[in-house]
Design a protein around this ligand. Sequence first.
Ligand code: ADP
Length: 263
Amino acid sequence: TRAALAQAQKMETIGQLAGGVAHDFNNLLTAILGGASLLERRASERLDGEARKLLAGIREAAKRAATLTHQLLAFSRKQTLAPQVAEVNRLVMGASELLRRTLGEGVAIETVLAGGLWRTCVDPNQLENAVLNLAVNARDAMPDGGRLTLETGNVLLDESYAAAQPDVTPGQYVMVAVSDTGTGMSEEVMRKAFEPFFTTKPEGRGTGLGLSQVFGFVKQSGGHIKLYSELGRGTTVKIYLPRHLAEGDREVVAELPYADVPR
Ligand code: ADP
């Protein structure tokens, strides 16, 4: 559709702009960080407590800025990835255990892992990072508690699905979905959610780079990401990563549990 195409082109343009800025910033920050660290090491004894505190402040701020630029670079697909054949179920399991320890009492965590899950070739650290990012958003959308569901599945995105989504290559994908029973998103928030620095969270709580980073990682991995959300009911974010066919794997389509339909 034309609106979807325009949206994809817009994201592409923002990505190029953000990537250029982030790249230059990264170089500058490296100089700032390096300088501050060197000063701390070489001149620390000659500095009084006040100056040392200031220096530590500079280093901390530069570090945070570096984290932000890395998230921006991820959005613009300019991060270095280390793809390997990943065991997605195990990774999701690990993430759910981590979340159980960190998300607190109010959030019930459910995992629905597909048996016989296909393999995909991605950077496992980045995939874990993406799942955790989505889970933190889910938690933030459920201030009074609720249920977080992590789900995996084998999915065929067919020609008819791709026809409505200009940035989708039809094919077989490993799906990871993160769902919550939270506030949901308005149409406007959904349209802007992947844009860098778009946030509805109060100052200091959100950077607006979480979903951008996930978007960039998924795109750079040759995948696809889709939002489903309803105000007052909750949100599902589905990530599709291309199936990795190893030798001996059969490319059976008839046995697919289900094919996703565009909504
Ligand atoms: P941040 O979390 O720092 O705001 P994100 O890019 O991760 O940045 O998210 C952008 C915005 O999208 C959020 O501020 C929020 O409005 C909306 N959003 C993201 N995930 C969810 C969710 N699971 N439920 C409701 N709204 C969400």
